[in-house]
Design a protein around this ligand. Structure first.
Ligand code: B3K
Ligand code: ZN
Length: 878
């Protein structure tokens, strides 16, 4: 067990390392329980460091076998070594070599950090601080070294031996059943990008010719028998490589690019130089086993990890506070890639849905932190949607503010100036200040100030003067450690529409000509009023178009205005937003008055359905009503999930009933024909058909049951099959149980598909579900040691089933608490992540709040909690 660190790490305390490690030679002799690692480090004092400091290397649960300094074995008195630290006080002045031998037990490594086993394969995960679980090292991102890695293993056990960089040689070890492979990575890199894989794996190969004509050999390694499921990932990889050349001028730099899919992985994937290691969920897909969502996820994650080669690897982070330097930027890049590959509007809607679902609640609760935090206890807890998704929104705002050309020139400058270095947010911003000539000092506040700004707007029309005064104000609520907030720079994309839906020219003396010409208002103070002239009638305001800033918009447009926007706005994002705002209005209206008025929404959706062929995916998004999580977030306080659920179901049923015949027609007309293809257009048609099925079933359960059962039986792909099963899951009864049984019988043993089966059951909004989940925890395909299984069953229950998780008898909280405490000694990253399902507990109504508080206190009172879990539980209590 890792020792809970006591001291907080602060950005303000950063100082350069006292030593540089120019090269690292690693020699691994793989064995399930006794792997030997010899590390040979070429060290010298760092001129920027403290010239009298001892050499202190990081370790974590290490077992030292021996150490040599410049070839001489050191005696016990000449150094100090504990499992988590190696100290050498008498350091030579001249550059020196340290050889360190350690022994590891990969099979016993259940944290999945460092060198561990997934099935029979050996693999590594070193970000953020896993390399110190392999050997003693300056395990920090600003120590860049050139790595050479030799791996030796039993031939039959691990015929495949991979590491970073290019293959140098391989061969048999004379007089044994063993063989070896030698890899060399010429690009200096931090230790967190080190990777090694050994195992008996199947492979899919391809090649890519770069823009300068170099041929790169590509390979994706998967479990034997799953090779055909890697075809889509390979295709996505090649498209990513081409896109990065075309959009950012970035060419790949090694002779090979390898991807390995493993089934035990703490997160999605890892961008190790030249050897990406993936959760197999983000590699494996076939029409029978993967949904359209899975395909999109694979495309996005393959691209994300590939793009890290430049934004993360060639330019890395000076320290972990700068994590968003690589993550926010790379998310932005993968979002843009997906937008180019698919529908830009639908991609944007999906990204904003995700931001609001995960990041907004984080920013509004006790775990809120700036995109660049200034203090942490456990860095693993800062791989958050704030760092990733809000980090990406900052980049997007930057591009919006300075324009595409300046943005691209700023990126070019960034690569030119900082290639091969470990950089900071200041370094990054300086490039855009230079390319655009704009002072970005105020803009930089987005990185250091936490919380979601609230933008409040109101408008006043003066018919006599033909003017429209738009009043804008901003305010950011306090967050932990930051009570006083300053105004930030908010780019607000704006259009005004006239009576007949025509876009009005923006004429005003209160805004800069460029703001008016671009339809982009910059709100950088607490308040601003802009009086528009020559407005012939009261306009309809379309604000925050394309979601131009990660803010909450408080405005109270008349319902007719929203209906008009839904019909005529030329910004597809705001068309969709209007549908969601109307739905929220209907639901909250019902909560307040008991009556449901969904006429306006129904009529607007009816018009959309009539034009469904134009953009099925977008119409599907408009028909996807807000979830319970959306409602809880919008309510913000005294949340009672039962009430929200009831009102939401009432709206679904009403829409299903009133649009019955239109929905029926769409469901019939969009039925799948021909072979499955995963492209966005086909996926959009399936999405529309499946959301109509869901609404039809909400309006008429009997009809829904028969349509869903038929679709379940005949579906030719996983998207349609799973959508039918999800509909049946909500409808209940015998048909549901039969379908779950059939689904299991068909896919038993196919772990990624069985995860979907676990999740759907965990999300059934019925009282019996908690028992069902407890039962499934003993299912033979469930395992507390596999992160995907735990997330599929327990994560889905805690995050996707608000009524049952928040049951008033506390049974949902008890279930989560028990699982978190069971998982923690094995895998702290997973337990800490699971517990963050409780991060919005203060917004619950008082009875639930008390129940949760008691569980959090119970957790904090345990001895031997991991640092990860203790940090989350303590901060959650606040
Ligand atoms: N950089 C990794 C995340 C590592 C998480 C370590 N706890 C994956 C990614 O963002 O691409
Ligand atoms: Zn990343």
């Amino acid at each position: 067990m890792r020792h809970p660190s006591t001291a907080a790490i602060r950005l303000a305390d950063y100082r350069p390392a006292d030593f540089a490690i120019d090269s690292v030679e690693l020699d691994f002799s793989l064995h399930p329980t006794k792997t030997r690692v010899s590390a040979r480090l070429a060290l010298r004092r760092n001129p920027a460091g403290d010239s009298s400091a001892p050499l202190v290397l990081d370790g974590d649960e290490l077992m030292l076998l021996g150490v040599k300094l410049d070839g001489r074995t050191l005696g016990p008195g000449e150094y100090e070594a504990t499992p988590d630290r190696f100290t050498l006080t008498n350091v030579p002045d001249a550059p020196f070599t340290l050889e360190i031998d350690t022994e590891l037990n990969p099979s016993g490594n259940t944290q999945l950090s460092g060198l561990y086993r997934s099935g029979s394969a050996y693999c590594t995960q070193c970000e953020a601080e896993g390399f110190r679980r392999i050997t003693y090292f300056l395990d920090r991102p600003d120590v860049l070294s050139v790595y050479t890695t030799r791996i030796e293993a039993e031939k039959s056990d691990a015929p495949i031996l991979l590491s970073n960089g290019n293959p140098v040689e391989h061969g048999d070890v004379a007089g044994s059943n063993r063989h070896y492979a030698l890899w060399r990575d010429p690009f200096p890199k931090p230790s967190y990008l080190f990777a090694l894989v050994g195992g008996d794996l199947g492979v899919v190969r391809d090649e890519f010719t770069t823009m300068s004509g170099r041929v790169v050999e590509l390979a994706i390694y998967v479990e034997h028998g799953k090779e055909s499921r890697a075809a889509y990932a390979m295709d996505a990889l090649k498209r990513s490589m081409r896109w990065d050349e075309e959009k950012f001028g970035r060419e790949y730099d090694l002779d090979v690019f390898n991807i390995v899919a493993v089934s035990d992985f703490n997160m999605g994937a890892m961008e190790n130089k030249g050897l990406n290691i993936f959760n197999d969920k983000y590699v494996l897909a076939s029409p029978d086993t993967a949904t359209d969502g899975d395909y999109a996820g694979i495309e996005g994650v393959i691209a994300h990890e590939y793009f890290h080669n430049w934004t993360g690897n060639r330019i890395t982070c000076r320290d972990w506070f700068q994590l968003c330097l690589k993550e926010g930027l790379t998310v932005f890049r993968d979002q843009e890639f997906s937008a180019d590959m698919r529908s830009r509007a639908v991609e944007r809607i999906g990204d904003v849905r995700g931001l609001r679902l995960a990041q907004f609640p984080e920013d509004a609760g006790p775990l809120a932190h700036p995109v660049r935090p200034d203090v942490y206890q456990e860095i693993n807890n800062f791989y958050t949607s704030t760092v990733y998704e809000k980090g990406a929104e900052i980049i997007r705002m930057l591009r919006t503010l300075i324009g595409e050309d300046n943005f691209r020139r700023g990126m070019d400058l960034y690569f030119e100036r900082f290639d091969g270095t470990a950089a900071t947010i200041e370094d990054f911003l300086s490039c855009f200040a230079a390319s655009s000539g704009r002072d970005l000092t105020h803009f930089a506040l987005w990185y250091s100030q936490a919380g979601t700004p609230v933008v409040t707007t109101s408008g006043e029309y003066d018919s006599a003067a033909q003017t429209f005064a738009l009043k804008l104000s901003q305010q950011t609520p306090p967050t932990p450690g930051q009570s006083d907030k300053k105004p930030v720079v908010i780019p607000l994309a704006l259009a005004l529409f006239g009576e007949n839906g025509q876009k009005l020219d923006l004429v005003s003396e209160d805004a800069a000509p460029t703001e008016l010409a671009r339809g982009l208002i910059e709100l950088d103070s607490a308040e601003r009023v802009i009086r528009f002239r020559e407005i012939p009638s009261r306009p309809v305001v379309s604000l925050l178009r394309g979601f131009s800033a990660p803010v909450r918009l408080e405005q109270a447009p008349a319902s007719e205005d929203l209906e008009r926007l839904l019909a005529c706005d030329d910004d597809p994002f705001n068309r969709w937003q209007a549908s969601q705002s109307l739905a929220l209005r209907a639901i909250f209206g019902r909560l307040e008055t008991g009556a449901l008025d969904a006429r306006g929404l129904s009529e607007a959706l009816r018009l959309l359905l009539a034009k469904a062929e134009d953009d099925p995916a977008l119409v599907a998004q408009a028909l996807s009503l807000p979830s319970d999580i959306d409602l809880a977030r919008e309510k913000g306080r005294d949340v009672d999930p039962d009430q929200l659920f009831e009102a939401r179901m009432a709206l679904r049923a009403e829409i299903g009933r009133s649009l019955g015949s239109e929905l029926d027609a769409i469901h019939a007309r969009f039925s799948a024909a021909g072979a499955f293809t995963p492209d966005a257009a086909s996926a959009g048609r399936r999405a529309l058909r499946n959301v109509t099925l869901d609404l039809l079933a909400a309006g008429d359960a009997e009809k829904g049951r028969s349509l869903a059962t038929a679709q379940f039986e005949t579906a030719g792909n996983m998207t349609d099959k799973l959508a039918a099963l999800a509909t049946l899951a909500l409808l209940g009864g015998h048909a549901r149980e039969e379908a779950f049984a059939k689904f299991y019988a068909q896919y038993a043993g196919d772990a990624l598909v069985i995860d979907k089966w676990f999740s759907l059951q965990a999300m059934i909004p019925e009282a019996a579900t908690t028992q069902r989940v407890l039962g499934l925890m003993t299912h033979r395909e469930f395992s507390m040691s596999n992160p995907n299984r735990v997330r599929a069953l327990i994560g889905a229950f805690a995050n996707g089933n608000l009524t049952r998780f928040h049951a008033l008898d506390g049974s949902g909280y008890d279930l989560l608490t028990a699982v978190v405490l069971e998982v923690d000694p094995k895998n702290p990253q997973v337990s800490a992540r699971l517990l963050s399902a409780l991060r919005s507990w203060r917004t619950m109504e008082s009875r639930r709040r008390d129940l949760i508080e008691a569980r959090l206190k119970h957790i904090v009172a345990q001895e031997n909690l991991s640092a990860d879990l203790r940090d989350i539980a303590t901060r959650a209590l606040g």
